[in-house]
Ligand binder design. Structure first.
Ligand code: HAM
Length: 441
């Protein structure tokens, strides 16, 4: 077979798919305590939603998006005909821009209404160079809170993220929580200019890409992985020294609430995040064990200008997203990946072909009674059926043969103690769905 899954994508085997589903259950539990409800947007949007929302000068929009073309649009494109805006589609590289589009399109925030708290889970797509913890199709859980500008909401969201990791068994001591403020439209332009000037003063020491960024998006130079650039950018002006009074006050209030809640964090004035919609508070959780270079487990921040960017009324917003593949790597590194693949509790074995119909009917009855049951469909010998039952790890094997059928009973064998007993068929559903092995023995 010559076909392979596309580079940077994974087939999710049961152990991974069930672990993801367990992570989602934890998100459900924790986020519900903070008032978040599930929301889902399409896997693809008009490209413009991402371009405007995330910013054309970001790597995500500039280099990493996957386009989506209908057959008709592809044919037009091949003929050199221009595509209409609604024919230019891209797979979502992240969730925030789509949620903001949906909230605005559907009028989900009425003036004066309480904050809208949404969470989502699903695949995102970025054409990055694949490596450990970095895929082209990956899975995120994200939250977005729209309509609240107060610093207590920032603190609440950050605390919820920490509690979520704790619920997964990733203690805060094993990771670093960085926070920063990116300022707003009042103070960021001057800061951007200061960083641009700094880059232009250090063109000999910085890489070509960082020098180019001076004109397109100077703050991105803080993200450069080149160690020399990192060193130089360490001495660049810090945003926190240039925040306007309102932003400085907001940032101080967020930190104070985190302090009061006993959350440990580090201020990191170089944390700028890779998406352009951020204003004021930004944060990121990093962990080293298991993740290598891609050590960000999750991150987010405020985006008070995003809805306005889409043509709506000024509406504050903030949120975060975490990567499920990276969470799993972190759990693996500390040896605590939960084994959540379901296994049947009961195997029904047929002594001969005459018992197969009865075995099939009994399986249906037991399943309807809530029991997880497996049986052989491939005419295996009794010995092979027991081998299979053993491999599946069932607690019980119900044996049906001519003697059992004649007396309306079954032989029930405990796979733990190997003890056998004869049980009336009609008693089995109640016995197996309600009893633990210890009680039966
Ligand atoms: P982000 O930092 O781009 O933020 O992504 C969030 C998380 O997604 C990362 O910390 C990482 O765990 C995971 N992730 C990102 N790219 C990849 C990849 N190529 N492979 C595997 N995992 C990846 C956002 O996406 C924002 N939308 C978060 C947000 C929500 N900000 C406000 N609201």
């Amino acid at each position: 077979m010559n076909y392979r899954a596309p580079r940077g994508t994974n087939d999710l085997f049961p152990s991974v798919a069930h672990a993801f589903s367990w992570i989602e259950e934890k998100a459900h539990e924790v986020f519900a305590r903070y008032g978040y409800v599930l929301f889902e947007t399409p896997l693809f949007e008009q490209t413009e939603v991402f371009a405007r929302g995330i910013g054309t000068a970001t790597d995500v929009v500039g280099k990493e998006m996957f386009g989506v073309y209908s057959g008709a649009a592809a044919a037009k494109f091949a003929n050199g005909e221009p595509l209409k805006a609604d024919e230019q589609l891209s797979l979502r590289p992240e969730g925030t821009a789509g949620v903001a589009r949906a909230v605005l399109q559907n009028g989900l925030i009425a003036p004066g209404a309480p904050a809208l708290k949404l969470w989502y889970t699903g695949s995102m797509f970025r054409h990055e160079r694949p490596q450990k913890g970095r895929l082209r199709q990956f899975h995120q859980i994200g939250v977005e809170c729209l309509g609240a500008a107060e610093p207590s909401v920032d603190a609440e969201v950050i605390i919820m993220l920490v509690r979520f990791f704790e619920a997964l068994g990733l203690p805060s001591e094993s990771m670093r929580l960085y926070v920063n403020s990116m300022g707003d439209t009042a103070c960021r332009p001057a800061y951007r200019e200061a960083v641009r000037a700094y880059i232009l003063d250090h063109t000999d020491d910085l890489c070509d890409e960082c020098v180019r960024r001076a004109e397109t998006n100077p703050l991105r130079a803080f993200d450069c992985k080149n160690p020399r650039c990192s060193e130089i950018m360490d001495d660049a002006p810090a945003i926190t020294t240039m925040l306007c009074d309102d932003c400085a006050e907001h940032y101080a209030a967020v930190r104070s609430l985190l302090d009061t809640a006993g959350i440990s964090y580090e201020e990191n004035t170089r944390l700028v995040r890779g998406l352009d919609y951020y204003t004021r508070t930004v944060f990121e959780v990093q962990i080293d064990a298991g993740l290598g270079a891609q050590n960000a487990l999750g991150g987010g921040g405020r985006y008070d200008g995003l809805i306005e960017e889409f043509g709506g009324k000024p509406t504050p917003g903030l949120g975060f997203a975490v990567g499920l593949e990276r969470i799993l790597l972190a759990l693996e590194a500390q040896g605590t990946v939960p084994s959540k693949v379901p296994t049947p509790a009961v195997f029904i074995a047929s002594v001969d072909d005459g018992a197969r119909d009865a075995a099939f009917a009994l399986a249906l009855r037991l399943r309807d009674a809530g029991c997880a049951v497996e049986l052989d469909h491939q005419n295996r010998s009794l010995k092979s059926q027991f081998k299979l039952a053993d491999k599946l790890g069932v607690a019980w094997v119900v044996v049906l043969g001519p003697d059992e059928l004649a007396s309306g009973t079954a032989t029930l064998r405990s796979m733990e103690t190997h003890e056998e007993q004869s049980v009336a068929l009609e008693e089995l559903p109640e016995l197996l769905s309600a009893s633990t092995p210890a009680e039966l023995n």
